[in-house]
Design a binder for this molecule. Structure first.
Ligand code: WT7
Length: 672
């Protein structure tokens, strides 16, 4: 154990290197909410008191006040079969009705739901009435295609309004969506389609990215076409294709259907049916510590309650007047909870932007904020650090005075980036909420409340009302203020994952086994409590990397590398990177047989490209080092800690447990 942080010493808690932690401990700046902000805030301190008095009663109140229930629930939490929770189990609701119809019925049909901006500069304003219509038509089309309750629908789309409509139409029918990020490869797409047994794929010809059309349908065609010999039964019956990029696409007659050929013609009459609160809503795949991504399963009533509750209270949302913008892609959990479900359940008006921050030039995001008068802006530290590099003159050339609340998510935010966000983007006045959560938690778990909390640059601070968090040692005991340890969630919460699709045992093992006797959920993150009891996240303690706020598994990238004909063995580490937080660095041993015929020239580059093709461009290693050996313990375990030292250009740490202590100097020399 490391005595300073209380985490196991293989732990990857060095966010930006060891000095970063010391640096965090010296952070003493404090930013209380302004008296005006506090006086008018949506959420006040009484929320904590109410939740403290009666946690389940608090979540029952939230579910009743925030959502429309076709059939009211009488039970709140059923925890009789841990770790399988049920929330509001005898209640019935329709998630899409809660995000759409009820706002129209309440007279808000003319309110803009989506302020969509395409990357080439085209735009569309879509009201709640219009979005409701579109979803009803699409629900009728999906019904005609045989989609009903419990069926799985894969969604592989760019950031366009149809993507939001597709998710809601699936939800409206009580079916289950599995959104696959458009940056994933055909291989990744195929394994996700197969794991979920999807019946339908909704995709587009392509979407705009960095000034060009980035094709999507070819990956779907490839994923569905390559099954021969795999022994996998084809489950996909149809592919529904949105025209966005205008690029040429291949067409499979009888399987493929253009969205525009069927949706506008369909009836806009569709009555939302109620489903049980525990009806599955979506599966979202995320990387774990093994090579196989996990299908995280979320259900309806509890998920929607906490997504809506946190979206309203953490961002101080006023649906009548705010213009909210979350920059996440809907292919990630942030896009599910804080682009689709939270904001729409709250009846918010939000920006949806298709492209990248730097097209046609680095100020594009600031132009979007100015054009739409964005008031609440939720983004990731990696983006902020990217903007810092480009210089403050770029945002300062725009009018950002509409902004009033700023949010951060995805990885620890370093105090420098936090201060820059506050001063340059928020004019020194907007509260910042640093929100910690995970694909598994479904919604925000740790965050300041902007009208209540005195914020500290770099700390995510306190659990949201109704959520119970602790920092514990390996023994499961609370570490106490001023100490570090492992982050755990000590009580079930409404938006918690209900399992891993098709693998209940992996669910138990991954999250619950470590602190089984206490019944705690183990998040996989290291954290520290300061003298006030505020929480500082220190990064993952397992073999999961965080690159630009995206979760990547070392094992998954290693298995892609060894699938290449040249590779004998591979080890991957996440090395500190100034912009992306961590970067993928691979150490590869080549096969002698391959080397005899080909030689190593150009291979590092080839392997980078290969990983990009196998998993997706986000997984492409920043560096690939060809080495002769890997550092292993006597029992054969690769010591990634030492490789990380090399990748970060540091003095190599303690090598005494290595089988061959000379190996590190050889590797260091080969890398140089
Ligand atoms: C992991 C979850 C939650 C949406 C985006 C990522 C890290 C997330 C923070 C934060 C420090 C953070 C954790 C977590 N993380 N937010 N505010 N401060 N770390 O979702 O892909 O499921 O990854 O992201 O390590 O475990 P995800």
């Amino acid at each position: 154990m490391n005595s300073q942080t209380g985490t196991p010493d293989h732990a990857d808690t060095r966010v930006g290197g060891g000095s970063e932690i010391d640096h965090l401990l010296e952070e003493t700046r404090r930013f209380p909410p302004s008296p005006e902000f506090a006086a008018n805030a949506v959420a006040g301190a009484e929320l904590y008191e109410r939740a403290q008095r009666d946690r389940e009663g608090f979540w029952a109140d939230q579910a009743r006040e925030l959502l429309h229930w076709h059939k009211p629930f009488t039970q709140v939490l059923d925890w009789s079969m841990p770790p399988f929770a049920k929330w509001y189990a005898d209640g019935e609701l329709n998630v899409a009705y809660n995000c759409l119809d009820r706002h129209v019925e309440a007279g808000h049909g003319d309110r803009v739901a989506l302020l969509w901006e395409g990357e080439p500069g085209d735009d569309r304003r879509i009201t709640y009435a219009e979005l409701t219509d579109e979803v009803k038509r699409l629900a009728n089309v999906l019904t005609d295609l045989g989609i009903g309750p419990g069926d799985r629908v894969a969604i592989y789309l760019p950031m366009i309004p149809e993507t939001v409509a597709a998710m809601l139409a699936v939800a409206r029918l009580g079916a289950i969506h599995s959104v696959i990020f458009g940056g994933f490869s055909a291989d990744s797409l195929r394994s996700r389609i197969d794991d979920a047994g999807a019946k339908l794929v909704i995709t587009a010809d392509g979407g705009w990215r960095k000034g060009k059309v980035s094709p999507l349908k070819p990956a779907v065609d490839q994923a569905l076409g390559e099954r021969n010999g795999l022994g996998v039964q084809e489950t996909v019956e149809h592919v529904l294709v949105v025209r966005r990029g205008g690029n040429e696409v291949d067409w499979v007659e009888g399987r493929d259907i253009w969205y525009h050929d069927v949706v506008p013609q369909a009836s806009a009459e569709h009555e939302a049916q109620p489903f049980e609160a525990e009806n599955p809503l979506f599966i979202l795949y995320t990387s774990g510590t093994t090579g196989k991504p996990k299908g995280i399963l979320h259900t309806s009533g509890g998920y929607l309650t906490q997504a809506q509750f946190t979206h309203r209270n953490v961002f101080d949302l006023r649906p009548e007047s705010d213009v909210y913008w979350c920059t996440a892609d809907v292919g990630w959990i942030t896009g599910h909870s804080y682009v689709v479900y939270g904001p729409l359940a709250n009846g918010a008006t939000q920006v949806l932007y298709e492209g990248t921050p730097e097209f046609p030039e680095p100020g594009r995001w600031w132009d979007v904020i100015e054009k739409y008068g964005v008031t609440i802006f939720y983004t990731a530290p990696t983006a902020i650090r990217g903007f810092m590099k480009q210089g403050r003159q770029i945002p300062q050339a725009r009018d950002l005075s509409s902004l009033r609340v700023l949010g951060s998510v995805g990885e620890p935010i370093n105090p420098e980036a936090w201060m820059w966000f506050r001063e340059v983007v928020g004019a020194g006045a907007c509260p910042i909420v640093d929100t910690w959560w995970q694909t598994e938690t479904g919604a925000i778990m740790i965050s300041a409340l902007p009208g209540v909390t005195e914020t500290k640059p770099g700390s995510a601070q306190v659990p949201v009302p109704g959520v119970s968090i602790d920092v514990v040692g390996e023994d499961g005991q609370h570490v106490g203020s001023g100490n570090g340890g492992l982050l755990v969630i000590t009580e079930p919460w409404p938006s918690m994952l209900r399992g891993i699709w098709g693998d209940p045992e992996r669910f138990r093992e991954t999250y619950w086994e470590k602190f089984e006797s206490q019944g705690y959920y183990f998040a996989g993150d290291g954290a520290r409590l300061d003298e006030d009891g505020d929480i500082w996240l220190l990064g993952r303690v397992d073999d999961v990397m965080n690159v630009s706020g995206h979760r990547l598994s070392t094992a998954e990238i290693e298995s892609a590398l060894v699938a290449h004909e040249a590779t004998a063995e591979a080890a991957v580490v996440g090395a500190a990177d100034e912009t992306t937080g961590q970067a993928v660095v691979a150490f590869v041993i080549l096969k002698e047989s391959y080397l005899r015929q080909h030689g190593p020239e150009g291979l590092a580059q080839q392997l980078r490209t290969w990983v990009g093709e196998q998993i997706g461009p986000i997984a492409r290693p920043r560096d690939v080092y060809i080495v002769g050996e890997l550092p292993k313990t006597r029992s054969g375990k690769i010591m990634r800690r030492l490789l990380r030292d090399v990748a970060e250009g540091r003095e190599v740490g303690d090598t005494t447990t290595l089988a061959d202590t000379a190996v590190m100097s050889v590797i260091s020399a080969q890398v140089r």
